[in-house]
Design a protein around this ligand. Structure first.
Ligand code: HEC
Ligand code: HEC
Length: 353
């Protein structure tokens, strides 16, 4: 009997270690893009500092250059780029409105305050440089730039300057992509086609190809699909990112106005645009923790049993519910194991000494 009891201790200890390990790899927070220490409670709007107040000292010039790289990225890195020819010709600003200073416009308000940070997509702590190169390779369908290059240092200097008044760890309201509620049905590409053909085509072109300025390789209206657009590894390829960006920013207006699309129009047009052809980005190392994939990540494998189709178009709520249930069940199991371990440990272990 004694040997039986003492053999329990290592077995239970083993189980506890396995449970804690599985817990870590399977059920880390599924709201993946959260920062480690972000404080979302700051409700006041954020106002970007004024670029005209940045002096033309060597340090100031780097900030000005960083801003110019974000506004006119195509000029520097596009097909006729003066620094390198390594992107699809789009500008960072096409998706980070007014150089990332516009609240609700995928702003850069929280970059300096929340990086370096852990991200589930890469499964590592990312620097600002790493995150910029993510958008270079995916959103601009291009190549990385050297993290020590003048261009990289300039963009990082711009981000640090733009976020200089935001305390560390704080994510000002309206920064990044501001989410909109899920629909209770799948987003519908057919309905989205109608939205596209009524509202979007006028600027983005009948085939979503965008429109260059006359005699220029720079876009007046950026492309929405095709080889010159963002690729399948980009943030906008996820329906929730696209729908939320478009809801608050399209049709484009020079100053921020109240949203002009309904949530349904935003989700449906997202489904239509993201069902059109675009370059495929191979990212075998993305989402090392499968269960941390967001509900609208369209590529398997998944731990929730839903199809790639549902992960692409929705409805997303049932996926969220199953993930939450799995998490609850797992925590219950964990509690049972832990209390069994505690009983064995407290009741039997001292008795043996
Ligand atoms: C096709 C659209 C698109 C383009 C072009 C683009 N980005 Fe992004 N970027 C995104 C999306 C979408 C996100 C994710 C936002 C989110 O999920 O909150 C993002 C996120 C970022 C972030 C992280 C922001 C944060 O608060 O976590 C940085 C930094 C960034 N982009 C820099 C750049 C830079 C620099 C360029 C140009 C070299 C660029 N982006 C071009 C779409 C784009
Ligand atoms: C009045 C012209 C106009 C209309 C209409 C318009 N857009 Fe845009 N769109 C723009 C401009 C201009 C930009 C780039 C903004 C910038 O660089 O400051 C843009 C950027 C975008 C982007 C991010 C960059 C990219 O190309 O991926 C998306 C996505 C987008 N628009 C989708 C839409 C959708 C969907 C509609 C219809 C609901 C729409 N737009 C209607 C002018 C327009």
């Amino acid at each position: 009997m004694k040997t039986f009891r003492s053999s329990w201790f290592p077995v239970l200890l083993g189980i506890v270690i396995v449970v804690l390990f599985l817990n870590k790899i399977l059920f880390s927070d599924t709201d993946t893009e959260k920062t480690l220490s972000a404080n979302d409670s700051k409700k006041n709007g954020w106002v970007a500092p004024d670029i005209n107040l940045v002096p033309f000292t060597p340090e100031g010039e780097l900030i000005h250059y960083g801003r110019d790289l974000i506004v006119n990225t195509g000029k520097y890195f596009g097909p006729n780029g003066i620094v390198a020819q390594i992107t699809n010709g789009m500008n960072c600003q096409n998706c980070h409105v007014e150089a990332g200073t516009r609240t609700f416009g995928n702003s850069f308000a929280a970059v300096a305050s929340t990086y370096p940070r852990y991200r589930e997509r890469s499964g590592r702590v990312e620097s600002i440089e790493f995150r910029i190169n993510d958008c270079m390779q995916r959103s601009l369908n291009g190549k990385q730039i050297d993290s020590l290059s003048k261009e990289m240092r300039a963009m990082v200097a711009f981000f640090k300057w733009i976020g200089k008044d935001v305390p560390k760890g704080v994510k000002p309201a309206g920064s990044g992509i501001v989410e909109i509620p899920y629909l209770n049905r799948a987003a519908d590409p057919e309905k989205g086609k109608v939205v596209f053909e009524t509202i979007c085509f006028a600027c983005h072109g009948n085939n979503g190809e965008g429109q260059l300025y006359p005699n220029s390789s720079e876009y007046r209206y950026p492309p929405l699909w095709g080889p010159k657009s963002y690729n399948t590894g980009a943030g906008l390829y996820r329906l929730s990112r696209f729908a939320a960006f478009v809801k608050y920013n399209m049709p484009f207006t020079p100053i921020h106005v109240e949203p002009q699309l309904t949530d349904e129009q935003a989700w449906d047009v997202a489904a239509f645009v993201n069902s059109q052809p675009r370059d495929v980005f191979h990212a075998p190392n993305d989402w090392p923790n499968i269960s941390a994939k967001p509900p609208d990540h369209p590529y398997g494998p998944f731990t929730d049993g839903f199809s790639e189709h549902q992960h692409k178009y929705g409805p997303f709520q049932p996926i969220v519910e199953v993930k939450e249930k799995q998490k609850r069940n797992f925590f219950q199991m964990q509690t049972i194991f832990l209390s069994a371990f505690e009983k064995r440990f407290l009741n039997f272990y001292p008795a043996k000494i």
